[in-house]
Structure formats: C-alpha cells, structure tokens
Design a protein around this ligand. Structure first.
Ligand SMILES: [Zn+2]
Length: 138
C-alpha cells in the first residue's frame, strides 16, 4: 500500500500528485481552533477564499521533512486542534489511509473485521485493517 493520490475535500475528485494539492485551514481569531483542515486541488474552483484562510502546498508536508514539520505542529499545537492535525498526518503519511478513508463509516456498519476492535481507536487502524477495508470496497 502506498499513498498515490488524495481525495479533494471540496470536489471529491482525486488529486493525482502532491504537486497538484494544497493544504488549507481556517483560523478564526487568534486563540481559537484552526478548523477545517482540508486537502484540496491547486485550483481556484477548490481553494477556499476569505479572511482567515491559510494554505501551504501539499508537497511542503510530504516526505520526511514534511512529516517532521507536521509533528512539530502537533508539538507546538500550531493548529490548536490536535485531532485534525493528526488526521492530516495520517492522510499524507500513513500508507493506505487515504484510500481506505472514504469507506470507514461503511466498514463500521458492515463490521469489517478489525474495524470495530475495542482496543483500537476509531480512525487509528492498523495496516492490516486498512488493507482489509481497501480490499473490501475499493
Ligand atoms: Zn478539487
């Protein structure tokens, strides 16, 4: 399993290469949570606009250098929203996560083995479980 594409959070189409993606987030006020961290196409149709929208090219967060930066964001609570920060790390860096992600709710409903394991937090699935979800639905 390897992450070879991302799903744009605006148009739901594939972003086929990290050079074609952007990470965006909205910050409302200085001390409030930075919310709605999104991966979107590098296009006017998909990018957010307006006050408080920040963005960085997806490629900035790729590779080991990008991972370290995202980990630093967690450490400094840059997004003031750890779960969304961790979700971004999983989407960019965890093999199979982005591919399996659209099917999580269905996999829970249909009781794909391992998905509802009481010892695993929702959305923190092992590689085996991610593979199982992909093999079942993708
Ligand atoms: Zn898009």
């Amino acid at each position: 399993m390897e992450t070879t594409y991302w799903i744009c959070d605006i148009c739901n189409e594939k972003i086929n290469c990290e050079a074609n993606g952007y990470v965006e987030w909205r910050s409302i006020g200085k001390n409030t949570n930075k919310k709605e961290i999104k991966i979107v196409h590098d296009s006017a149709d998909c990018q957010l606009e307006g006050d408080g929208v920040s963005s960085r090219p997806l490629i900035d967060f790729s590779g080991n250098t990008g991972l370290m930066e995202l980990l630093e964001y967690v450490s400094t609570d840059e997004f003031n929203n750890i779960e969304e920060n961790l979700e971004l790390i999983k989407r960019i860096h965890m093999p199979g996560y982005e591919e399996a992600r659209p099917y999580f709710a269905r996999a829970i409903r249909e009781d794909v083995p391992g998905v509802a394991d009481a010892n695993t937090k929702h959305r923190y699935y092992s590689q085996d479980v991610l593979k199982q979800i992909i093999n079942t639905y993708s």
